[in-house]
Design a protein around this ligand. Structure first.
Ligand code: ATP
Length: 259
């Protein structure tokens, strides 16, 4: 009889996954082959040189494109397209400017026919979680960049996806707001137990956030470092003695990958 661990499907499984863009004449081999098994509740940060295929990997898990080769599975089921089990946060918040923050958060729930009272309860919960309770009726253009990104995170969480896919979500924010949101997303991850796949260029961000860090090589991106982090999540990882060693290990892998 299989053990519980063996019978629980991986949150995400990539088997021999490659993706090439374009056709026969202008083919760009962007990613792979890549193999990875990600367990529920992991916070996996993907880091690597510019253009190495990080966003491509996330797009495959999101179901925005099929792999050229291999299979991508989520919860043990091959990905056939986007679904409510995966929430996506992009670098730009991509909120609907004509809708209030609350309506933006409720948008997906509305289109799937969730009744008004449940939508309202869910948006109240999420507005509180991301610290936007006082901004519920404001429009996106009335918010700072950091607040807009909080709203985008709440919108992605609204259908209660098992997996949160985040593509450089804080890259366009100023340093202070970025730090604050890094702490927020860590708190939200701890509170919700979601599986997170998070793309960044920043080694510091990767080491601060990740329970596991994947470093990709130059295009076509392949995994050159797959490193679990033992840094404690209960307090500030910066203060931990092994923070600097891990940071240096990841930075060296990224440097080698870019060379
Ligand atoms: N739609 C597309 N058509 C053709 N080539 C593409 C397309 N999208 C991405 N590429 C190419 O595939 C490669 C990987 O792109 P991708 O955006 O996944 O990299 P990335 O690591 O996320 O980059 P960055 O760190 O600069 O955001 C790049 O060389 C890019 O130019």
């Amino acid at each position: 009889m299989p053990s519980a661990a063996e019978s629980t499907p991986h949150a995400v499984e990539l088997s021999g996954v490659s993706l090439s863009y374009g056709g026969r004449r202008d083919r760009v081999h962007a990613l792979g082959p890549v193999d990875a098994k990600i367990d529920p509740g992991e916070f996996v940060v993907i880091v690597g040189p510019s253009g190495c295929g990080k966003s491509t990997l996330l797009r495959l898990v999101a179901g925005f494109a099929p792999p050229t080769e291999g299979t991508v599975s989520v919860g043990g089921v091959p990905v056939a397209g986007p679904g409510p089990d995966r929430g996506v946060v992009f670098q730009q918040p991509r909120l609907f400017p004509w809708l209030s923050v609350r309506r933006n958060i409720e948008f997906g729930l509305r289109t799937t026919g969730v009744p008004k009272a449940r939508r309202r309860a869910r948006s109240d919960e999420l507005l509180g979680m991301v610290g936007l309770a006082d901004a519920a009726s404001r429009r996106p253009y009335e918010l700072s960049g950091g607040m807009q990104q909080r709203a985008a995170i709440a919108r992605a969480l609204a259908p209660d996806p098992e997996i949160l896919l985040m593509d450089e979500p804080f890259a366009a924010l100023d340093a202070l707001t970025r730090e604050r949101l890094q702490e927020e997303i860590r708190r939200i991850w701890q509170a919700t137990g979601k599986t997170v796949l998070f793309v960044t260029h920043s080694v510091d961000e990767a080491v601060f956030l990740g329970t596991r860090i994947l470093v990709l090589s130059r295009r076509p991106g392949r995994i050159v470092l797959d490193r679990s982090s033992e840094l404690p999540r209960s307090d500030d990882p910066h203060t931990h003695s092994s923070y600097l060693a891990l940071r240096e290990e990841v930075a060296a892998a990224v440097r080698d990958a870019a060379a």
